[in-house]
Ligand binder design. Structure first.
Ligand code: FES
Ligand code: FES
Length: 136
């Protein structure tokens, strides 16, 4: 099976590997697993006060396509608003990396991970706002 150059590049030189402090209120963490194969992906975003994603990191326990998908997503989301980032589709990832059909679920994992990270950030922000209201 021939893998695309872009896929191999992200697999061999993954961008933004690592993790950020989980508890911080400006960090959103998404941790998801792929039912199809048991692989796990953790994706984190750091969001500025005006809702721009300043940084993103990932750790993926999984196949090369999952690593490449998460690497690509961390690159894509930087500089985007959380609402823009939420519109990333697994089909965009699969197309960019030219994933073969059996590897499509790996890109689904990356879409799920970024959505989960955004959700986590939003729920933290909502709690923080409530705290502020209560203090006023
Ligand atoms: Fe899990 Fe791809 S099947 S590594
Ligand atoms: Fe399961 Fe890639 S995430 S094979």
């Amino acid at each position: 099976m021939a893998y695309s150059k872009e896929l191999i590049d992200h697999y061999e030189n993954p961008r933004n590997v690592g993790s950020m402090e989980d508890g911080a209120s400006d960090i959103g963490t998404g941790l998801v697993g792929a039912p199809a194969c048991g692989d796990v992906m953790k994706l984190q975003i750091k969001v500025s006060a005006d809702g721009i994603i300043e940084d993103a990191k990932f750790k993926t326990f999984g196949c090369g396509s999952a690593i490449a998908s998460s690497s690509l997503v961390t690159e894509w989301v930087k500089g985007k608003t959380i609402d823009e980032a939420a519109t990333i589709k697994n089909t965009d990832i699969a197309e960019e990396l030219a994933l073969p059909p059996v590897k499509i679920h790996c890109s689904v994992l990356a879409e799920d991970a970024i959505k989960a990270a955004i959700q986590d950030y939003k729920s933290k922000a909502a709690t923080a706002n409530k705290g502020q209201d209560a203090a006023e």
